[in-house]
Design a protein around this ligand. Structure first.
Ligand code: ATP
Length: 323
């Protein structure tokens, strides 16, 4: 085991997600267990550039395993994206005697961590902290399972009204580039249709189906749309115009980001936090850690960004068969 690393910095970056706190707790306590110093970097890369860094001890992460959001706060930093910004970040780390950096975030945050390693030799490890589940090398990202459960809670309630009032509901869920949440939520809610950025959608066919269904007495519909694939309001208005059935829309928005992390997210974060520290202690840098088929899995950070889910068509077929 290399003893080069004595002090680890940890930051959370990009959109927050439930389970990030459990990851911070795991990195901190596991690192302390091996005699390392732990530095909490506030507000992602922006806080790093501003030298907003706090020492962490065992107690700093007490009572956070069950809390959503991130105690370290998070941000998106334009300054860090520049070459100058990354150089400054490396200098701040050096000045604070931080030997290695654990970054919990999504694809943008991974690209930042990868560049910091490539350009300035900073030992970095990425943990997949994004509700979108759009990173390679891991079955699930931290926050995704909770976000799906949170959306489902609302959609189950909407279904009661859709059924009782005999209405079509279009529900917009999070997912700008990734339709993963939308597809999973649609399958789990038993929705009639789902619109995602990854596959073209035939609106005419949906309108025909609603018309035909209505003739046969079908009175309530739930259609899920990922925010990056269309606006729920427009889709609902078009259904009303084309089909003549009363259609309402709901945008779930940021409620899906927060809240108590699911057991699955807490366990994932806990395992990944410890794995990040293990890698650093073993002198393995520039990697992203995930869990694939229940085993810790390590890939190069530069290869981890932007996962494309290849079975979206199959899932869509399944959804339509079961509707
Ligand atoms: P989420 O998936 O939740 O949106 P994210 O990590 O993808 O999270 P971004 O806003 O894309 O969120 O990225 C977070 C930060 O990472 C950015 O504000 C920026 O500072 C840094 N970053 C993004 N892309 C790059 C890049 N190509 N090179 C260096 N740094 C980057």
């Amino acid at each position: 085991m290399s003893n080069k690393i004595k002090k680890i910095g940890i930051l959370t970056s990009g959109g927050d997600g439930p389970g990030m706190n459990a990851a911070i707790r795991s990195v901190a306590r596991y690192g302390l267990h091996f005699g390392l110093e732990i530095a909490g970097i506030m507000r992602g890369y922006q806080g790093l550039l501003e030298d907003d860094i706090v020492p962490m001890n065992h107690r700093s992460v007490s009572n956070i395993i069950n809390r959503g959001g991130t105690i370290l706060k998070t941000a998106r930093s334009k300054d860090f994206s520049t070459d100058e910004g990354k150089k400054k970040a490396a200098e701040v780390l050096h000045r604070n005697q931080i030997d290695a950096l654990v970054v919990v975030g999504g694809d943008g945050s991974y690209r930042g961590a990868s560049r910091l390693y490539e350009l300035h030799g900073v030992p970095t490890i990425g943990l997949p902290g994004t509700i979108d589940n759009d990173l390679n090398g891991t079955d699930q990202t931290i926050g995704c399972s909770t976000a799906i459960n949170t959306a489902l809670e609302s959609i189950d309630k909407i279904r009661d009204t859709a059924q009782s009032m005999e209405r079509i509901f279009v529900v917009e869920v999070m997912g700008n580039k990734s339709g993963y949440i939308a597809m999973e939520v649609a399958l789990a809610a038993g929705a009639e249709d789902v619109i995602i950025p990854e596959r073209p959608f035939d609106y005419e066919a949906m309108h025909d189906e609603a018309r035909e269904g209505n003739k046969k007495g079908k009175v309530s519909w739930i259609i899920i749309v990922a925010e990056g694939a269309g606006k729920a309001q427009t889709i609902a208005e078009n259904i009303t115009k084309a089909v003549g059935l009363e259609t309402r829309y709901v945008v779930l928005g940021h409620v899906q980001r927060g809240g108590t992390p699911s057991g699955q997210d807490r366990i994932l974060s806990t395992r990944l936090g410890a794995a990040a520290v293990d890698l650093l202690l073993n002198g393995v840098y520039g990697k992203a850690v995930g869990v694939l088929q229940d085993k810790i899995n390590v890939v190069d950070l530069k290869d981890a960004s932007r996962r494309i889910h290849e079975d979206m068509d199959r899932r869509y077929q399944l959804l339509k068969i079961l509707t």
